[in-house]
Design a protein around this ligand. Sequence first.
Ligand SMILES: [Ca+2]
Length: 660
Amino acid sequence: MRYEIPNMRYTSRYTRNKFEIRSTTVENVRQITPFYAKQTQFQVRPNKPKLLYDKELRKIGQLVTQTKQSQFKPNKAKNKPNLSQNKPNSNPIKANCLPPFKGANLLVFARKTVYTLRERRTPAKYLWRTTSMFTRRDFLKMTGISTAILMASRLTKASDRHRPTNIVIIIGDDIGFSDLGCYGGEIQTPNIDRIAAKGIRFTQFHSESMCAPTRVALLTGQYHIRGYNSGRNVTIAEALSKAGYRTCAVGKWHNAGEPILNRKAPLERGFDNFFGTPQGCGSFFAPLTLSRDGKPAEDQWKKNKDFYYTDAISDNAVRYIKETPKETPLFLYTAYTAAHWPLHALPEDIEKQKGRYAMGWDRVRQQRLQRMKKIGIVKQDTPLSPRHPNVPAWKDEKHKQWQQRRMEVYAAQITRMDKGIGQILKALKETNRLQNTLIMVLVDNGGCHVEYKQSRTGSFLNKQTRDGREIKTGNRPDVMPGAEDTWQSYGYGWANASNTPFRMFKQYDHEGGICVPLIVQWPKVISHGGQITRQVCHVMDILPTVIEAAGVKYPETFHSRQVDPADGKSMVPILRGQKRKNHEVLFWKFSHGCAVRQGKWKLVRMDKEPWELYDIEADHVELTNLSRKSPEKAAQLAALWEKWNKSSASKKPGEKKNRK
Ligand SMILES: [Ca+2]
């Protein structure tokens, strides 16, 4: 539990020195903790700040008491602890925050005062002993201030402290590792970047290789091949609704292993409300299967010529935030369809991208890698993967105008999503939820290379535009994409750039398909923003993270059905700035890919081709195949993968074995 007290100023009449207690929060105590850490053996490292909890505060309090004789005499400066000796000068954030004034140690003292008042309710005796350097009037004044602050703080903050954490998950669709601004992309994402500036970016967070299995793993905390409707899992929404949360889903549903046109699917797995599309993709101007709470809602775009799906998703997310009663904790799952094909964007957004991609994909890839190194997303020695064999050098590309336009529309789709994320942040702030909300922004898989064919059909494809015009489907260089009557994808060249510096794409288990952005903001826990972590995580870690943040226990049964343990592991320790115990081993299998990762080793293959072995720590881009050099390691990992594949297969839906 954290204690927070509003800013206060205090002037000591006795010494005539001005002591400014800028903010007697845990934050301040932490700033001067390096000194006390030495004596209390707290693990406080310069670049890994941690929050202090009751036990630690108590220890610091005791320490203050013990050292008061030698160190709390303001007139004997030589006896004071020299805080600057322990100042981590290498960390500018921390150095700036260190109390620069003479009476820095009083911060701890003041902090202790409040703590004592709260916990023991007998402050007078203790304070008299420890405040001998003050006059009686000073002491009375200080006690009065502290008590008044304490009382006010109790009234205003007590309910907040015990209020469960709101959870907001925002997931983008088919967006590459380096597309977002805060991951080195040239696409403008100021709102996502703002979340990154206050939170943590993950550089080894893994999805599955496609939309549906990623969503299963995200919502159930288990490997997707164990089956979404196996009956042996709970969704985040089920677990949280049991704990009193309001649970809302907005946007794309699309979980593997269930009918794709079930409008009630989210409502059947714990969500109170759902506005969106059960199927995996569709027109941004006229999305088929659009539903609200299980009923058709296509009238939304039929009667509104300005309808744009990304905006509708943002508006409904905001609506759910605003209409949820203040006392009710909220779980909001917002799944954008941006930037999955078709390339549909609003003219004003496309206009803003005009000319940005005239340099071509080769330059874009080089520039992105440079920026990624500069901001620390990848290591300095990271090489660029070779251009994919299906992609010509930009100088040899025949349809440069058309190619540029494809990427302009793709980027426009992402900027619109980012704008919506800004609206969500604003709504959280306006409803006073932001400080108590865990926000996770991620992507479901890497950039998608698929060249949309003219002959392709599907339940997602509209027969005509809303005003009855023909839709020109397929990647045709004679048609500029973006409008409602077009249906294209951005293809190999730009997907290759999206996934810089990695190889391969969506549908594959090389890093280009499964290494995706995850950005987490949680003001209560992450107080130093802009951090980057290289700890290895998986999308199935989200459920354990969320339920830990919400203070909910993972259930052994749910509605009388047995629930298997989650495969994922909580990422909360990482959010607290600690090193988490890693997954012993991670597995993937879907579409064209199979993979297994254990420590620094990754074994991966595409389709029926031989396994490739990489030292992924040294070679994150997967350029040096070590399977011939280390055949034993490759064989050992292949055996692990086969065993996992078999064991999981036995729990697939439909098989009664192991089911209760
Ligand atoms: Ca996807």
